[in-house]
Design a binder for this molecule. Structure first.
Ligand code: ATP
Length: 483
């Protein structure tokens, strides 16, 4: 029987085989936890990013989008707290020299116990992490005799904090060069542009600034494919609100974001909220939207009420005033006046969203045919509106004028949606290939097309086929994409 782990491994192979995702620098044996998106992966990723961007900016008249640089002034990361606090507790095994994130090491151990015992270990760990008790964490590991997966010994170093930011040098002369960081989140590019956007866009509170882009973290335990990468992409939105109203907006965005995930085809029962036990230094409330990945429930998106922490810090470190003048009237009929806005953040990883969509889409179907023989297919049931290719146009034969009709259809459709043309191989084989890459609609042009101008359209999910007028193909696909 196929286990969840097997299915996950199959999904990873499938992503490679069909041009979705490749290991980075594979030619040189790869670079750990870094991945390249292939021809179909890049398109699916773009479609997801476009959906998010549209839902944030086009669908909210009070949210605008920006594109800040990856490199930022080094003081940004001092002000944000990343230089001092962006770290995870790590422990090394002295025999294998393997480094572990302490929470992952203990979680891995807890999974080997029965539920009650496992929960007790996790509860003890949460308490120690919340108290920043590093010796306590080491004692917990020793008490349970948790072993290194490689050396199988319990010979551990002390627990230490390890900063996750990558650094590099800016400037051409080594002595004068400054250390700068590759951003570990996109949010700070929004905070430092708060006044620029508010003033030039004449934005009135409440309003949001959205951004998508690369972020970099030197993750120690980098596994589970694109779930945890060292270079990844975030889609973040900072919503600036009046102090005191943050919980109202926090709840609003919590619901909005869950609804958005459902709108791109993620079933409600595969999503859940997880409130944070330990709040980050900047937050007064935080939760994760978790998805049930093939390896368990894990964070897909974070919703954080970040208070006025970031803007206040940037005002302090830059020695500039970062405030908003609110001339709306309060209950006493007076303007609210000057204040530092509070912020509610929504932050989703594009790669994790990609993995979510792929884990839901990957289906291994088997059935018995009428003649009693077994048949089956691997199909990616990606919702049509985000599928990389929407329509495959397939002339039955490479002759008799069929390719010409097919190419004419292709030319008519390709400015409206992504099409794929294929004239090689038997039609059944071509359908299977389109199933495997997740193309929702296939159209076959055959000899009857020449007689009555009709074609066969085949639907990926139920393999239904019907005859429709050639002239209706574009309209039908567009209707399906917008429904
Ligand atoms: P985790 O606890 O899994 O390390 P996090 O709480 O540090 O995640 P955030 O800082 O809240 O994550 O980042 C927001 C989002 O960015 C996450 O919900 C996730 O989707 C994505 N993300 C964070 N780190 C990574 C990573 N290393 N690889 C891929 N996506 C990531």
């Amino acid at each position: 029987m196929a286990t969840e782990t097997n299915i996950f491994q199959e999904l990873i192979s499938h992503c490679k085989e069909y041009g979705y995702i490749f290991q980075s620098s594979e030619l040189y044996d790869g670079l750990s936890a870094v991945y390249d998106y292939g021809q179909l992966g890049a398109q699916l990723k773009k479609n997801l990013r476009d959906e998010w961007w549209k839902s944030m900016t086009q669908m909210h008249e009070n949210i605008v989008g920006i594109d800040a640089a990856i490199f930022m002034h080094p003081t940004v990361w001092k002000a944000s707290g990343h230089v001092d606090n962006f770290s995870d507790p790590m422990i090394d095994n002295k025999d294998s020299n393997k480094r572990y994130r302490v929470d992952h090491l203990i979680e891995g151990y807890a999974e080997t116990l029965d539920k009650e015992a496992g929960d007790a270990v996790l509860a003890a760990m949460d308490k120690l992490i919340a108290a920043d008790d590093l010796p306590g964490l080491k004692a917990l590991i020793e008490e349970h005799k948790i072993k290194c997966g490689v050396s199988k010994t319990c010979n551990w170093t002390d627990v230490r904090q390890f900063n996750l930011m990558f650094s590099t040098q800016i400037g051409s002369v080594a002595e004068e060069a400054d250390t700068i960081y590759l951003r570990p989140e996109t949010a700070q590019g929004i905070f430092v542009n708060f006044l620029n956007v508010q003033k030039t866009g004449r934005m009135k509170i409440p309003f949001g600034i959205a951004q998508t882009g690369k972020a970099f973290r030197n993750e120690i335990v980098a596994r589970q494919f694109i779930f945890r990468m060292r270079e990844f992409e975030q889609m973040e939105m900072q919503f600036f609100v009046r102090p005191g109203s943050q919980m109202e907006w926090y709840n609003y965005w919590k619901d909005e974001r869950k609804k958005w995930h459902q709108s791109i085809g993620i079933p409600a029962d595969k999503l859940r909220f997880h409130d944070h036990v330990k709040l980050a230094h900047y937050a007064d409330a935080a939760l994760d939207i978790e998805f049930e990945f093939p390896f368990g429930w894990k964070e897909l998106e974070g919703i954080h009420s970040r208070t006025d922490f970031d803007l206040t810090q940037h005002a302090k470190f830059s020695k500039k005033k970062i405030q908003y003048f609110d001339n709306d009237l309060n209950e006493e009929g007076k303007p609210y006046g000057n204040y530092t806005p509070y912020v509610v953040e929504t932050s989703v990883g594009l790669d994790r969203l990609f993995l979510t969509v792929m884990s839901l889409a990957y289906t291994d179907e088997k059935w018995t045919k009428e003649d009693g023989t077994e048949d089956g297919r691997i199909v990616l049931k990606i919702p049509a509106k985000i599928a990389p290719t929407k329509l495959a146009i397939l002339p039955l034969l490479k002759k008799d004028g069929l390719p010409e009709i097919a190419k004419e259809l292709m030319n008519d459709c390709k400015s409206n949606f992504m099409c794929f043309y294929e004239e090689k191989d038997a039609i059944g084989k071509r359908y299977r290939r389109m199933d495997a890459i997740g193309t929702p609609f296939c159209v076959t042009i055959d000899h009857q097309t020449k007689e009555d101008n009709t074609v066969t359209i085949r639907y990926r999910d139920d393999m239904r086929q019907e005859r429709i007028p050639l002239a209706d193909v574009k309209k039908l696909v567009m209707e399906k994409l917008s429904s």
